[in-house]
Design a protein around this ligand. Structure first.
Ligand code: MN3
Length: 248
């Protein structure tokens, strides 16, 4: 477990609520000893406690990658976002989701920084939810029907998602997005750009395509990493997420 005060733990739950718009206690995953202490935590935003253990997704996503990705990369977005908020009163009292949905309303001088650091925090907070130990398989219920309608079959969806993720040039993310008309589509974004910065769009599923997400284990073999991700997808959460967005 991360060494954390009860107060911080409560704040982290609050953050998870803000970042993911939902918390699913039923999906709480088993905990296991972590291999490194958490960094000092300051500021209004915190690393969410969403990873059961760094080796939870072995052998598909290796423990060292998870630890560096979570404690170093995600923490850096959190730290930088906190610096921004400390320096800019107009960001006070906004959730990271509000910032990203309202980028155009922000002063031009800080827009890119919020987009990058806030996007990094939001996307990663979501990403940890999207995976689980013994995950994989296929969605059920309404999402399964919607995927069949849009992509003919789950195989059609996974093939299209894999192609988009494989051919995306450079760093970014691959997404399954629900648009304002409640239709599903696959898209990719560069850097830490989030689909939610486009009006009416919401994220159903996302995959981190930055090399820091896979290079230690897969080096330049991004297609193998994408296939591995499909083995750990937390479809229970994705199904719930889709149902919630459809009712919104
Ligand atoms: Mn990342």
């Amino acid at each position: 477990m991360l060494m954390m005060t009860r107060r911080n733990a409560i704040k982290n739950v609050t953050l998870a609520t803000a970042a993911c718009a939902t918390v699913l206690p039923a999906l709480a995953q088993p905990t296991a000893p972590r291999t490194a202490a958490a960094p000092a935590i300051t500021g209004p935003f915190f690393l969410p406690r969403l990873i059961p253990s760094y080796d939870a997704f072995e052998p598909y996503i290796d423990a060292q990658t998870m630890e560096i990705h979570y404690l170093r990369h995600h923490q850096a977005y959190v730290t930088n976002l906190n610096k921004l908020v400390a320096d800019h009163a107009e960001l006070k009292n906004k959730s990271v989701e509000e910032m990203l949905r309202g980028l155009s309303a922000l002063p031009e001088g800080i827009r890119a920084a919020v987009r990058n650091q806030g996007g990094g925090h939001y996307n990663h907070s979501f990403f940890w939810w999207m995976m689980r130990r013994d995950g994989g398989g296929e969605p059920k219920g309404e999402l399964a029907a919607a995927i069949d309608k849009e992509f003919k079959s789950f195989a059609g969806f996974s093939a299209a998602f894999t192609t988009a993720a494989t051919t995306h040039f450079g760093s970014g993310w691959a997404w399954l997005v629900l648009n304002a008309k409640k239709r599903l589509s696959i898209e990719t974004s560069t850097n830490q750009d989030s689909p939610i910065s486009t009006a009416g769009k919401n994220v159903v599923l996302g995959l981190d395509l930055w090399e820091h997400a896979y290079y230690l284990k897969y080096q330049n073999r991004r297609p193998e990493y994408i296939a591995a991700f499909f083995k750990v997808i937390n479809w229970e959460f994705i199904d719930y997420q889709y149902d919630r967005l459809m009712k919104a």
